[in-house]
Design a binder for this molecule. Structure first.
Ligand SMILES: Nc1c(N[C@@H]2O[C@H](COP(=O)(O)O)[C@@H](O)[C@H]2O)[nH]c(=O)[nH]c1=O
Length: 341
């Protein structure tokens, strides 16, 4: 699942949310110190990606400008500037574009889903994305961004024909799932907001919940499950495992029993899909999750119909809760439950 690099988006927008104006000339939103900050970001990544539209519109070089930084990279055995990457469905790029000129290598992919794993293959661990609007919209909507550094320039563009930071989309970060503000920096008249989006945190917490399920007392008639409740700011609030404290306890039930208060920003990670029916108790884990006010559930394995038919994911979704399934980790859960098969 982690077959993509760490994705850092860096862009500058006007105070009214535009990346550029509608004219042919490129609009500089940053000041010179901020452009130098972006140069430092470029020097510390393995590749820089922009969409093909940006190449057509801006004709960027995408090179590290500072000689000091280029020499420092070379001293580390790196090329002076990172690999330059673009995605284009049409393939319509001018061979004379500056993207292809100069001392750095350039690669072209037909889509982001092709580019990201291929970049990992090439050894790219840290990818800087500089726009434009279409690429940013796709990456944010697909929850593929780890970090956003957004510079806000102190003026308006005010032109409906100008490109926005992102277009309309079903973004995973809504009022219910806020990004984590990790820093605010003033660079002259520009303010740089640094957000962490936690795209890789889901996998990390779910793996942790699966590891926790190894504590379950084994049973021939029930699954071994682990669950962890994590706050909106990324702190662990409670964890539980099947049969913890009581032979009938489910993992989610055990974790939630340790909590009270407002859990509306929290996420519960459960190795198995939360149950929707119980044979031995009245309330299911889906009921407990809904009653606790949680708005987000992440799980790895859909409950196989061994003991009861699981409809937890559907029930939770119908209750307006965000349900995320990470099936790539399902084999790990199955392995913990190998005794049942
Ligand atoms: N205008 C603008 C940015 N524009 C980004 O920089 C690219 C130009 O790269 P280069 O040709 O190497 O200078 C351009 O295509 C776009 O991706 N970035 C920023 O941090 N602040 C700004 O104000």
């Amino acid at each position: 699942m982690s077959d993509r690099p760490y994705v850092l988006v860096s862009c500058a927008m006007s105070v009214d949310g535009f990346l550029d104006d509608a004219s042919a000339e490129r609009l500089i939103l940053s000041n010179s110190d901020d452009l130098d900050r972006v140069d430092e970001l470029r020097a510390r990544c393995d590749a820089i990606l922009v969409g093909a539209n940006t190449i057509r519109r801006d004709d960027p070089r995408l090179l590290v400008r500072s000689d000091v930084r280029r020499l420092a990279r070379v001293a580390e055995g790196l090329p002076p500037s990172p690999l330059r990457v673009t995605v284009t469905r049409s393939g319509e790029l001018s061979p004379g574009a500056r993207f292809f000129a100069g001392e750095a290598e350039s690669v072209v992919f037909s889509s982001l889903s092709e580019a990201l794993p291929a970049l990992v293959e090439r050894g790219v661990r840290r990818l800087l994305v500089e726009g434009g609007s279409a690429v940013l919209t796709s990456l944010f909507a697909a929850d593929l961004v780890d970090e956003l550094q957004l510079a806000v320039a102190p003026f308006f563009v005010g032109d409906a024909l100008a490109p926005r930071f992102v277009g309309p989309g079903a973004f995973p970060h809504s009022a219910r799932r806020r990004m984590r503000l990790a820093g605010v920096e003033q660079v002259g008249d520009v303010v740089v907001l640094r957000y962490l989006l936690g795209a890789m945190d889901d996998e990390r917490w779910l793996r942790e919940a699966i590891e926790h399920s190894r504590l379950c007392p084994p049973s021939r008639t029930a699954f071994s499950v682990g669950a962890i409740v994590v706050s909106a700011s990324g702190e662990e609030l409670a964890r539980g495992y099947s049969r913890e404290g009581d032979p009938l306890n489910h993992a989610e039930e055990a974790a939630l029993a340790k909590l009270s208060g407002d859990l509306s920003g929290a996420t519960i990670y459960s190795s198995l899909e939360p149950c929707s029916t119980r044979k031995s108790r009245e309330r299911s884990c889906a009921d407990h999750i809904e009653a606790a006010g949680l708005r987000r559930v992440v799980f790895a394995w859909r409950e196989p119909s061994l003991f009861v038919t699981g409809e937890g994911a559907e029930r939770l979704t119908a209750a307006g809760i965000d349900v995320v399934e990470l099936p790539a980790l399902a084999p790990n859960v199955r392995e913990v439950n190998a005794h049942l098969f």
